[in-house]
Design a binder for this molecule. Sequence first.
Ligand code: HSE
Length: 285
Amino acid sequence: MLTVRAPATSANLGSGFDVFGVALETPADVVRVERARETTISVTGAGSEFIPEDPAENTVGAVAKALDAPARIEIDKGVRPASGLGSSASSAAAAAVALNELYDRGHSREELVPVAAEGEALVSGEAHSDNVAPSLLGGFTIVTDHGVTQVDTSVPLVACLPETVVSTRDARGVVPDEAALEDVVSSVGNAATLAVGMTRNDPELVGRGMDDDIVTPQRTALIDGYDDVREAAIEAGATGVTVSGAGPGILAVCEGSSRRAVAGAMIDAFDDNDIESRAYQTRVG
Ligand code: HSE
């Protein structure tokens, strides 16, 4: 079978709502495909019991349909669903690359971004591309109406996932319809700082640029223990901490030498709130 691995992603990064995304070196989904008359899907791995295998309800089924590429598809989940690490996008990205190759469709990675985003529409109700773009292209990505801008970078990160669940639909439900101009001004400044930090591979600038007063405060309220975990990560050396995507995962940026301490502090802080968690010491990849 043809096998493709696609990384987890974090999108947004506090600032850059529905615009910024990063690919993480770990974890990742693995998708295996072979030609078939009709698409069938089997799912194993992290949280597989929550993922529908009916192609009409699975992100990967939507990708197979969009590429007119029926296949027997096996998904091995490394990225836990509803964790804030773009789980559905990883599967969709891996399937898009695999099926494109299996059927010699000839699409570039950039051309596969809207194809993989079709799968996202099934999960969140909107075909947004901020998770599938970094999963397909790697690095740091900026998605706008003008297309995708990609930058290779390797900023160190810790992604800490509590064993609690926040659905993307719920997390989008708390996003305000309007924002005060002063908050927009501050968010634009932070987003620009973060983007420059990514291009310079500078954890200090990236961390500073994660601040956001529009979307993030609404979402942290949905994550038990968030304030304690944030404070512990900063004390352990994180230069910035925010909600990973729609949550409940929490993303910290730091120097590579601080990753172990930051990961331990975040796990301990969740533990103090009687919440089990798992931390990935990773980097943008
Ligand atoms: N940017 C989206 C959000 C992605 O934050 O709602 C969710 O995976």
